[in-house]
Design a protein around this ligand. Structure first.
Ligand SMILES: Nc1ncnc2c1ncn2[C@@H]1O[C@H](COP(=O)(O)OP(=O)(O)OP(=O)(O)O)[C@@H](O)[C@H]1O
Ligand SMILES: [Mg+2]
Length: 279
């Protein structure tokens, strides 16, 4: 038995049932993508996620020159969907689980500033700097002192779609190499869905119950960062990374609707940064 699963990266994703076991096969669609998927598989095998779980890789190999790996199938729903019906009291448990991921042992990396400024320069080459919103965002990012971005374990694509909820646990999938490894990068990626609604952008109107649940989760998470040492500064960096994330999407944006959405979010995040208005 074979069934297709949905994804966006262009990888093949199929569900297999063999005897009594169900597994997922993720395979590269073109040879050029092999190395990236191989890196993803390696990261998934080696990742240490404390209280969060990582979906086990069962085997890997090549079929017709294309890399693939098989992993256990988690029967659950993505956190993006789970958020629609989560009970309000459960949001606290979810906050605790997610914060486990964001409070690991940390240290600074002397290269951070150089790495971030290089990334910003790279993005500048690909975006329309004649747009005033974009130009202002770039200026904010160039002027920020990136010396203190924490270096730590990092999933690399910590979206609500890449977390599967099952048996009160969060299972991580779809790891990605990041230009810099930091839990602050993962946190910002999470806010992209929770606060900016990136995952839900194509919905005509965001359901009020969902919006409420996302807002409570966001406030819980922000509170927890503010309780940390240097919490304000950690958040300031997180929102700068969020601004960087939004900018990074522009070169891939073809639809005008998405472009308008992104400009609005860019202005929204800029405003938070300028006013230091985290809550
Ligand atoms: N092992 C698994 N168990 C259960 N569901 C899975 C599993 N792997 C993937 N899925 C489902 O398929 C979706 C897409 O998987 P995945 O994130 O690996 O694909 P992708 O094409 O790389 O997506 P992206 O654009 O986020 O990179 C997931 O959001 C999840 O709903
Ligand atoms: Mg994914």
């Amino acid at each position: 038995m074979k069934t297709e699963l949905n994804g966006h990266s262009g990888c093949g994703l199929k569900l297999f049932k063999q005897y009594n076991t169900v597994y997922v096969k993720k395979s590269s669609k073109e040879i050029e993508y092999n190395e990236r998927l191989k890196a993803q598989c390696k990261k998934q095998k080696e990742y240490k996620a404390d209280k969060l779980k990582v979906v086990s890789v069962l085997r890997e190999g090549y079929a017709n020159g294309l890399f693939y790996f098989d992993m256990e199938y988690i029967s659950g729903i993505t956190l993006a969907e789970y958020m629609r019906n989560i009970s309000l009291s459960e949001i606290q448990n979810l906050t605790n689980l997610l914060m486990e991921h964001h409070s690991r042992r940390n240290f600074y990396d002397r290269q951070a500033k150089k790495i971030f400024l290089k990334k910003i320069k790279e993005i500048e080459q690909k975006i329309d700097l004649t747009n005033s919103s974009i130009k202002e965002a770039v200026k904010i990012l160039e002027e920020y002192d990136w010396s203190y971005v924490i270096h730590s374990n990092c999933h690399g694509d910590f979206t609500l779609e890449n977390m599967i909820m099952a048996n009160n646990s969060i299972y991580l999938i779809d790891f990605l190499d990041s230009f810099y490894d930091s839990w602050q990068i993962d946190f910002a990626k999470m806010l992209q869905d929770i606060e900016l609604y990136w995952h839900y952008r194509n919905e005509k109107e965001i359901d009020i119950n969902l919006a409420l649940r996302l807002l409570i989760l966001k406030e819980n998470l922000i509170d927890r960062v503010l309780e940390m040492d240097e919490g304000e500064h950690l958040l300031e960096t997180i929102y700068h990374i969020l601004l960087l994330n939004v900018l990074r999407i522009f070169p891939y944006t073809k639809e005008e609707k998405t472009w308008i959405f992104l400009i609005a979010k860019l202005d929204y995040v800029k405003n938070i940064i300028i006013k230091k208005d985290w809550l």
